[in-house]
Each structure stands twice: as C-alpha cells, then as structure tokens.
Write a protein that binds this ligand. Structure first.
Ligand SMILES: Cc1cc2nc3c(=O)[nH]c(=O)nc-3n(C[C@H](O)[C@H](O)[C@H](O)COP(=O)(O)OP(=O)(O)OC[C@H]3O[C@@H](n4cnc5c(N)ncnc54)[C@H](O)[C@@H]3O)c2cc1C
Length: 267
C-alpha cells in the first residue's frame, strides 16, 4: 500500500453525485475507513486515509457526517494516524471547508484538499493556512462553470504553481498531488532554491500512475504517498468512475505503455 515514507488510502475517482444515500451506508463507509487505518497501522506504515464528506453522510445530514468524521478522527488519533478530507464538486466546497474548520478546532490530525481550478482557492489557502491546516493541492477533477473556475488547463496549471509555491514556503507539510511532470519538477527546483527541506512536503500520486517517477523521487529523498482505493466498495466504485469518465481508461492505458517502455529501457 505504500511507496515511500507514508501510505495513503482513498476512494479512487471522484463523483459529482453524493456517495451515500442512507445513514447505514455512511456509517459503513466510516467503518471501512477505520478498518483501513487499522490495517495500515498494523502493517507498520504511516496510517493516513482520505475520505469524502458525502461518503460519511453529508447529504444524509450534516450531523451524520460530523459524527462519522469524529469517529474516524478519534480512531486515527488512537493509531497515530491522519485523515484528509477530499474536496468534491463546487456545490460542496463551502460546506466542506466549514465542516473541516469545525473538525480542525477539535483535532490536529485532519487535513483538507484544495482545487487549483477554482478562483476562490487562493483566498481559502490563505485562510486555512492561518489555522495551520495541512493542505493537499490538486488541479480539481470536476467540470466547473466559468464564473467560478478556470476552464483552460494552462490557467489552472498557472494557479496550481502559484498555490504550490505559496504552500511550499508557508504551508504545514503540504501535499503536492499531481502527475504533471512540469509542476513536479517546478516544485523540486523551487524547494531547492528556497531551501525547503525534502521532508517538509510530500508528493501524492494515484496508485499505478507514474511508478517510475515515484521510485526516482524516493531514491532522491522526497516523500511520496500513493492514493490507493480501499474499502468494500472500491471495485464497483472504480468501474462506475471509469464508465463516467472514459478518459481515465486512456490515462490508465497510457501509464501501462509508459511503464512497460521504462521497464524495457532500464532492463
Ligand atoms: C493523491 C490525489 C488525490 C486527489 N484528490 C482529489 C480531490 O480530493 N478532489 C479533486 O477534485 N481531485 C482530486 N484529485 C484529482 C486531481 O484533481 C486531478 O484530476 C488528477 O490528479 C489529474 O490531474 P494532474 O494534476 O495529474 O494533471 P493532468 O494535467 O491532468 O495530468 C498530467 C499527466 O498525468 C497523467 N495522469 C493524470 N491523471 C491520471 C490518471 N488518473 N491515470 C493515469 N494517468 C494520469 C497523464 O499522463 C497526464 O498527461 C486527486 C489526485 C491525486 C493524485
């Protein structure tokens, strides 16, 4: 489950729909996450899980998500673990941040994801930094409207770079979650130039993607965490996500080809 100093467990691709529609499903999702934490800890790795608040019941009732998140954070605390709250589509952004603030007031071991595609994220990053919150920066996986989000890849990439550099200088153990070579290289160069130690931030990538990069970075002393699907629903979840976004099939095929090519060249 791990590549490097930590392990990250999570539910694969995102959804625009709520992930649970009943209290029972929400409770089961938090139990799955607790089990993942326990198993990662028992295996001797750094216990770290990612969850979406809709998985924990946000649309069933905010109190359901809070109760489940509290249970999960208490369990994480008991095993020395960490919980990262994934960011969902923009209809959830404000609620996710508000709920995160409430959790962060009670727990140190909780972090949040911010999406570089949203205009609001620069302000959110500053506000959350004042709380000392651990943040993961991603480009954003949801199709958002032009009045709230950058629509062109190059604009999102530019905003990502700005946020990444801000978090490298001022953030608390920020996570740079991308497979984009240009951004990853830029992070390394920026960190070196500003004497940000390689242990003060981490790269996060999806399981199975860019294994060549992950291994090279670990050898160079960077922290690399891998996002691994977990829980009883991971397979139906993965196939639903692939059906919703067939481009992911191309991504996966491309990764396999690249890895095979890298393997042939090194072997
Ligand atoms: C650890 C982690 C956690 C995430 N959490 C969230 C979250 O909470 N909320 C959210 O909205 N988004 C999340 N994402 C998804 C993110 O927003 C992007 O949609 C996704 O990472 C693709 O963007 P990229 O930064 O890799 O850059 P891109 O420019 O999209 O991709 C760069 C290159 O990486 C490769 N690549 C990218 N994605 C894949 C893939 N799925 N499979 C194979 N190859 C790929 C391709 O070669 C591509 O050319 C997460 C991503 C990661 C890695």
């Amino acid at each position: 489950m791990q590549s490097g100093p930590g392990a990250l467990a999570a539910f694969g691709w995102p959804s625009v729909k709520s992930l649970t529609s009943s209290r029972e499903e929400a409770d089961a999702a938090s139990t799955d996450a607790m089990r993942a934490l326990d198993q990662v800890a028992q295996a001797g790795f750094d216990p770290y899980v990612s969850v979406k608040l809709t998985q924990l019941g946000l649309d069933v009732g905010e109190h359901v998500a809070v109760v489940n998140a509290t249970r999960l954070l208490e369990r994480a605390g008991a095993v020395g673990g960490f919980v990262c709250i994934d960011m969902e589509g923009s209809t959830y952004t404000t609620r996710t941040i508000e709920l995160f603030r409430g959790l962060r007031a009670r727990f140190d071991n909780v972090g949040i994801v911010l999406q570089a595609c949203l205009y609001r994220t620069w302000q959110d990053a500053h506000d959350l930094q004042e709380l000392g919150a651990r943040m993961r920066i991603v480009k954003g996986a949801y199709s958002e409207a032009a009045h709230i989000a950058y629509r062109r890849k190059r604009d999102t990439d530019r905003n990502y770079a700005r946020l990444m550099e801000y978090l490298l200088l001022h953030g608390t153990a920020p996570a740079i979650a991308t497979h984009d070579d240009a951004l990853v290289e830029r992070a390394c160069t920026f960190a070196d130039r500003h004497e940000v130690g390689r242990d003060r931030f981490e790269f996060q990538m999806l399981y199975g993607v860019r294994r060549d990069v992950k291994e090279r970075f670990i050898q160079q002393g960077y922290r690399v965490r891998v996002y691994v699907p977990y829980g009883s629903q991971w397979y139906p979840y993965l196939t639903r996500r692939l059906a919703e976004r067939p481009a992911n099939l191309l991504f996966m095929a491309g990764s396999v080809v690249r890895e095979r090519r890298a393997g042939r060249e090194s072997g």
